[in-house]
Design a protein around this ligand. Structure first.
Ligand code: ZN
Length: 165
C-alpha cells in the first residue's frame, strides 16, 4: 500500500494516509498535490498520479507537541525490534516494573523483549531477575509517529520532516 504524507497548510507534517485517501482529499478540493511518484492509480472512471506528499488547503490546529501513542508497534520501532535484555529479536513487550506490582503502562516502563527473557523475568524487576536493560526506556523523539506509520520514510518526505523538527 502506497502512502502519502499530509502537510498542514503551513507545511507542517500532520499524518500519513494511503494514496487513495490522499487522492480523495485532492478530488474533494481539500488538499493539493505537492509531490507525486510517477505511478498511476486507476479506478473505473479515473486515473490519477499517485501522490506522495499533499498539502491541506486549510490550517488544522494541532497540539504543540505531537506525542507518539504508546502501542506495541511503536515500542518495537523505538527499540529497533531488539530485546532490551539480550539484543535478540523482540516479539513481546516487557513492563520493567511489572504491572502486577503497580508498574504503569507508560513509555518509561515498557521495553521490547524476546519471549525467553520475558519468561525468565516473570513478575520481577530487572534487578531481582539479575537482568540489565540496554537502554533506559523513555518516550520516543517527536516525529517518530511517522516511522510507526510507514516503517521506512520515503526520501521525498525528508525535507518536510526536517522543517518540523
Ligand atoms: Zn531477550
Amino acid at each position: 500500500m502506497r502512502s502519502a504524507l499530509v502537510l498542514n497548510a503551513t507545511y507542517e507534517p500532520l499524518s500519513v494516509v494511503s494514496s487513495k485517501r490522499a487522492i480523495c482529499l485532492v478530488l474533494a478540493g481539500k488538499a493539493e498535490v505537492i509531490h507525486e511518484d510517477g505511478t498511476w492509480i486507476r479506478s473505473a472512471s479515473l486515473s490519477f498520479a499517485s501522490p506522495t506528499v499533499i498539502r491541506l488547503r486549510y490550517v488544522v490546529r494541532v497540539p504543540y507537541l505531537r506525542r507518539t501513542a504508546l502501542s506495541r508497534k511503536a515500542v518495537f520501532v523505538r527499540d529497533s525490534h531488539r530485546c532490551q535484555y539480550c539484543g535478540g529479536l523482540a516479539d513481546s513487550i516487557d513492563h520493567v516494573i511489572p504491572r502486577s506490582r503497580g508498574g504503569p503502562h507508560a513509555w518509561d516502563n515498557v521495553a521490547a523483549a524476546c519471549r525467553p527473557c520475558n519468561l525468565h523475568k516473570r513478575d520481577r524487576t530487572p534487578d531481582e531477575a539479575g537482568m540489565r536493560l540496554a537502554n533506559s526506556p523513555r518516550p520516543p523523539r517527536d516525529g517518530s509517529w511517522i516511522d510507526v506509520s510507514v516503517g521506512r520514510v520515503p526520501e521525498v518526505w525528508l525535507p518536510y520532516l526536517a522543517r518540523a523538527s
